[in-house]
Design a protein around this ligand. Structure first.
Ligand code: DP6
Length: 358
């Protein structure tokens, strides 16, 4: 093997937003959830991670740079992903350059990883979801792992739970699974990105500050203290998952919007039911909810669904372009630029449901 070569692979992965939320782990190490969840994968133009992975015999150790700054790879989550992909590495051959890496070589070779988010890291915009999905996908390509997207999702899951859903475009279900080793806790595509492509997703960035309670800590405290979570996971979510899949398959926006808003509200109720309570939304988030609820009620049929993750930013899913235009008008009216309640920016996904990772 010549010693001066480098092989590189670049991948781009969008983030995803859950419409039926994952909140709570039954196994923290393997990242196994207490319930199924469903998400929509966003537009890769606006909210995505681009990751380049490189291998060379001249690299002395595994290293990673996030947005240009070197970060430590010592955390268990990165190590889990690297270990799992290395275990599945296959022979790689570049005939033109005379490079041959055998399955065994991968145990000794080190990788360098450079990853960029085109949106604020850890601002409640699910940066870890895109990040780990992209990392796993890029490493799998580099190491010629033969696993399909679902199998890779079970590895991305060990980086960050929500990451497993970013391996697919369209609407995606993360099946919680049953077996102890977590091998059946993986993502499957419900419908692809073309199925419901008149939806428009708008993110109203209420604050791009880093959240006070990380999802990981927050959900640990919820699992330890909230009785409401147990009721939610056992009684509510299993029924909602069935109804949500139906709504998506039938493109029934009224039912989709009802379930999405109800599930977001219940997730935040569960956060409130945690001891001490966790507040992710703020006054502006609450005003956005009131605005959407009032509008939907006044029209009679829902035009927009809202959902909030572990932060104050609103993800608004409009039925179609017309509803999206009206929504933007309303947001500008109620939260005018240069006022106290100005929304920092909007991320508008026109073709908002796009392709699979890579
Ligand atoms: C509120 O996937 O960030 O966005 O598995 O600990 O990394 P870890 O948590 P993470 O949690 C996401 C929570 C959520 C809901 C969701 O995406 O389903």
């Amino acid at each position: 093997m010549a010693e001066s070569w480098v092989i590189m692979v670049t991948a781009q992965t969008p983030t995803n937003i859950a419409v039926i939320k994952y909140w709570g782990k039954r196994d923290e190490k393997l990242i196994l959830p207490v319930n199924d969840s469903i998400s929509v994968t966003l537009d890769p133009v606006h909210l995505c991670t681009t990751t380049t992975v490189a291998v060379s015999p001249s690299f002395a150790q595994d290293r990673m740079w996030l947005n240009g700054k070197e970060i430590s790879l010592s955390g268990g989550r990165y190590q889990n992903c690297l270990r799992e992909i290395r275990a599945r590495a296959c022979d790689v051959e570049d005939k033109e350059r005379g490079i041959k890496i055998s399955k065994k070589d991968w145990e000794k070779l080190h990788v360098h990883i450079a990853s960029y988010n085109n949106f604020p890291t850890a601002a409640g915009l699910a940066s870890s979801a895109a990040g780990f999905a992209c990392l796993v996908f890029a490493l799998a390509k580099l190491m010629n792992a033969k696993e399909d997207h679902s199998e890779l999702s079970a590895i991305a899951r060990q980086g960050s739970g929500s990451a497993c859903r970013s391996l697919f475009g369209g609407f995606v279900k993360w099946k919680m699974g049953k077996v102890e080793d977590g091998s059946d806790s993986l993502a499957v595509q419900v419908v692809d990105e073309k199925h419901w492509d008149d939806l428009v997703i708008i993110i109203a960035v209420v604050s791009s500050r880093q959240k006070e309670t990380s999802s990981t800590t927050g959900m640990r405290e919820t699992v330890e203290t909230s009785l409401l979570l147990q009721h939610r996971a056992k009684e509510i979510v299993p029924k909602r998952i069935v109804q949500m899949e139906e709504s998506i398959k039938n493109r029934n926006f009224a039912s989709f919007a009802h379930l999405t808003c109800a599930d977001s509200n219940q997730f935040h109720a569960v956060c409130m039911d945690t001891c001490p309570p966790i507040f992710y939304m703020n006054d502006t988030s609450h005003r956005i909810i009131s605005c959407v609820e009032k509008w939907n009620r006044s029209v009679g049929t829902p035009q927009v669904a809202y959902t909030f993750d572990a932060g104050p930013n609103a993800v608004l899913i409009a039925h179609n372009r017309k509803a999206a235009a009206q929504l933007l008008q309303k947001l500008l009216f109620y939260f005018p630029p240069n006022s106290d309640t100005e929304l920092n920016s909007y991320v508008l996904g026109d073709k908002s449901i796009l392709k699979d990772a890579g």
